[in-house]
Design a protein around this ligand. Structure first.
Ligand SMILES: [Zn+2]
Length: 280
């Protein structure tokens, strides 16, 4: 049984998992993310974790079909670069693909595919493959963690935009009168307002307005909330209540709003799926 390696690396954590082609997660590990502080160690840490997971498998005849990696955007997925102006505050592009190709590991060779995508795109891909969005064509995902990320699938296809920058729902401007800025300096964007909300009521208000805009623009089948921060979960009903007071109720009632079924592992599944799609 040949396997897929899925890695999801945000600003806080690196999660790595071995996934079968049928979508079964066989083993996974989580460590602190090296991207912000030790980005030159990224490849070494990733391969060390992958080798540990591989040793646990006892499938000596299996081979690794490819490596999928989700990272914060903006990025150049073909060149495997994280560009400046990401939440990592990197001044220079981070050359992750070049770094991975320069390292020696028994798991991959020069032909093994190594694929990159935005972390929120792979989280959504994971939920479409093995999570809450199975069988859905039009889905928007919001991830609330270090920042607020977004991704969307339209008519069964992940929509990445003309310049690979689509889905930055966290940076839509909610209140230009607000003095609050996000880490990228946008005044009154959703991410900044959510990060600096004084209490749960205010947080629910901003996320509820975000949901309202998503509903009005995309009219999706479902909106999925995911991300590393579990604390916001308990006030999703409040978020929906805010959206209800701003959206046509007849429309909102048709849209399922739920949590990511695979939780923090959505991205690992999605990164593995990225490899699988590339093989087909
Ligand atoms: Zn912003």
């Amino acid at each position: 049984m040949d396997l897929l390696l899925g890695a999801d690396c945000g600003a806080t954590h690196l999660r790595v998992g071995l996934v079968s082609q049928e979508g079964k997660l066989l083993a996974a590990k989580k460590v602190a993310s090296p991207l912000r502080t030790n980005s030159d160690q990224f490849g070494q840490i990733l391969f060390e974790l992958a080798e540990q997971l591989w040793q646990q498998q006892k499938k000596k005849s299996a081979k690794l079909l490819g490596v999928g990696i989700g990272v914060p955007g903006p990025l150049d997925p073909q060149k495997g670069l994280i560009l400046p102006a990401s939440n990592l505050h990197n001044q220079q592009p981070l050359q992750l693909l070049m770094q991975l190709r320069s390292l020696t590991t028994s798991l991959i060779n020069a032909e093994t595919p190594i694929l990159f995508d935005r972390d929120t795109n792979i989280a959504l891909l994971g939920e479409i493959w093995q999570g809450a969005a199975r069988g859905n064509q039009n889905v928007v995902m919001l991830t609330v963690g270090t920042g607020v990320g977004g991704a969307m699938q339209i008519n069964g296809q992940l929509f990445r935009g003309q310049h690979y920058r689509a889905g930055e729902i966290g940076h839509m401007i909610i209140s230009s009168f607000s003095k609050v800025k996000c880490g990228l300096g946008h005044q009154g964007c959703l991410e900044g307002l959510v990060q600096q909300a004084a209490d749960e009521e205010e947080l629910s208000l901003w996320l509820g307005l975000g949901v309202t805009n998503i509903v009005q623009i995309f009219d999706p089948q479902m909106i999925i909330f995911g991300g590393g921060q579990a604390a916001y979960k308990r006030f999703l009903p409040q978020v929906i209540k805010v959206a209800r007071s701003h959206c046509p109720e007849s429309l909102l009632n048709k849209i399922r709003i739920c949590y990511a079924e695979q939780g923090e592992l959505s991205g690992v599944y999605g990164a593995a799926k990225l490899v699988l799609e590339n093989l087909q």
